[in-house]
Write a protein that binds this ligand. Structure first.
Ligand code: NI
Length: 184
């Protein structure tokens, strides 16, 4: 278990497609996942993808948003009610063309946030840490988090998905006028 260094925008590991994991049960993958969990919690992030810790493999972890949990978190970050999902070799299928706009932030783009369009409804699947297959429907912020994390596996950071760069800036400045954004 270790807290790993997080790659920032501009590092080549964030721009190249990550490799599929041949054996999701391998000890090196278990160790990677444990280190990613430590790293995400230390950085107070909502999600993390392996390329963000300089490992070009298709592994993501994230907390599923729970209604109202953000307010609780601000009062007491240790009482995290959001379940943790681990996905190896995840795949996303958009359900319909509807897209929603909302704020996103990213541990690899520290201090900044932007308004990003994402599919409103998706189906996603992947292999969990225990080797079982996870398949879920997601919408809203849950769907957004999954799309953000899986984009990391294809070398895409959220600013590349933005359609209006006037809605991109420093969290400190934007929070004065706009909603909150999590660190994805
Ligand atoms: Ni991110």
């Amino acid at each position: 278990m270790a807290i790993l260094k997080i790659a920032r925008m501009g590092h080549p590991v964030l721009r190249r497609p990550a490799e599929p994991v041949a054996d999701p049960g391998a000890s090196e993958i278990k160790r990677l996942i444990a280190d990613m969990i430590d790293t995400m919690h230390d950085a107070q992030g909502v999600g993390l993808a392996a390329p963000q810790v300089h490992v070009a493999k298709r592994v993501v972890i994230f907390h599923e948003p729970v209604e109202g949990s953000e307010e609780e978190m601000e009062d007491d970050p240790s009482s995290d009610p959001r379940p943790l999902t681990i996905l190896v070799n995840p795949e996303i299928e958009p359900l319909g063309e509807e897209r929603t706009l909302d704020w996103e932030a990213c541990l690899s783009v520290p201090g900044l946030m932007g308004m990003v369009p994402r599919f409103a409804h998706i189906r996603y699947r992947g292999v969990a840490a225990d080797g079982t297959v996870v398949e879920r429907l997601a919408e809203g912020f849950h769907a957004r988090v999954v799309q953000h994390e899986c984009d990391h596996l294809d070398g895409l950071l959220y600013p590349l998905r933005m359609t209006d760069l006037s809605q991109f800036g420093f969290v400190e400045e934007l929070r004065r006028a706009a909603g909150v954004g999590g660190e994805l």
